[in-house]
Design a protein around this ligand. Sequence first.
Ligand code: UGA
Length: 425
Amino acid sequence: MAEKEPIGVIGVGWVGLVTAACFAELGHEVWARDIVEEKIESLSRREVPIHEPGLPELVTRNEARLHFTTDMAETLAHARLLFVCVDTPPTYSGDADLSRVEAVLGELGDSSDHAVVMKSTVPVGTGRSIQRRRPGTGYVSNPEFLKEGSAVEDFMHPDRVVIGAEDASEQFADRVQALYDPLDAPVVRTDVPSAEMIKLASNAFLATKISFINEIANVSEELGADVTEVARGMGLDERIGPRFLQAGIGYGGSCFPKDVQALKQLAGNTGYHFQLLTSVIEVNELQKRRTIGKLQKHLGSLAGKQVALLGVAFKPNTDDIREATSLVLSGRLAGEGASVRVYDPVAARRADGLLAGAQIAESALDALDGADAAVLVTEWPEFRELDWAGAVKERMRTPLVVDGRNFLDRASLVAAGFTYEGIGR
Ligand code: UGA
């Protein structure tokens, strides 16, 4: 059997760690390099700092092949393909901040043996501009499509692998493609700007799907339709598909808000006004705030009322709270004079100090104690398992539930005497 190509991973955040662990699982020696010493130290002790199902097991199982280091020279000495996985957070203007990418490029030197394999999400045009500045070195665009909470599964069973490369870099692209052979996924080989656009356009399209179904939900509420039924019926049309049609209290996370904004901004920089994405963003922001109106409909003024927020993370199976609806809601509720108690099985500790004036509860029941309303923000399975008809109802002052993800069992809540408000039903 041919020897497996050793791999370098630069930037060991969420994407970098999943990439490193999964390539190690596929049998490659991996040098995973980060500048943060404490992170590398704890990873060297096989302590995984993020909540991602299956990841700790992969890191432990592939211990012998995973080399965590802060040393770039060591990484360059062992690996020729360097997967760049550093953050590209939004700047105040909404453009992507490429300073970490630039810092990495500054350290790589100009060896023609090495290739940058860009996994970080970068603006369309970034790859070509890097290639112009680094002639003779390899450059491959290989965007990631991992979802938090199922990243290991997504890596191992991708819908597609996108690889963008041009001219002399094609030989590096062949080597990158070979890494994915065992996964048996469709491969899209294309030019670099198109690969970059596939990433941004995919996230923007999914966000558009969510904002679309959220608007259908809002209109359904007025017209007597049930959006979950509507989505079921729409989703069976193969051209539409059933996924990402769950109405709720808005999308969050580190990707959709940032990437939709970045694409809009990128278009704007060329003089094109991306009308549709402007609306997608606006609909999402309004959606996050609609819960306030639903609470007021039943409680009148929220001043002095106690509201329990169930869930802080932007979605279940992650402790990520970036752009989470919980942050907006707790602020708006505090602004209305309500007192807020929040509970999340894993993300609460990250939220300390970020949830305006909210108290962090030790359990869901603790958060619900004496509450005038419960708002389900994140669809953690344990919230469905609560004894709503018994322990919860006994504890709450008013049995009112706003189910922000249409997740709870509406029929049994109503049968138990709760006032139930879903989204679009
Ligand atoms: C998203 C994409 O799904 C990944 O393909 C992509 O790789 C990733 O961004 C990225 O760019 O790194 P992620 O942000 O982890 O992944 O989470 P999603 O599962 O896509 O959910 C995003 C948000 O949309 C969540 O707040 C979720 O609650 C919301 N959502 C999702 C809905 O409101 N309705 C849906 O039907 C689906």
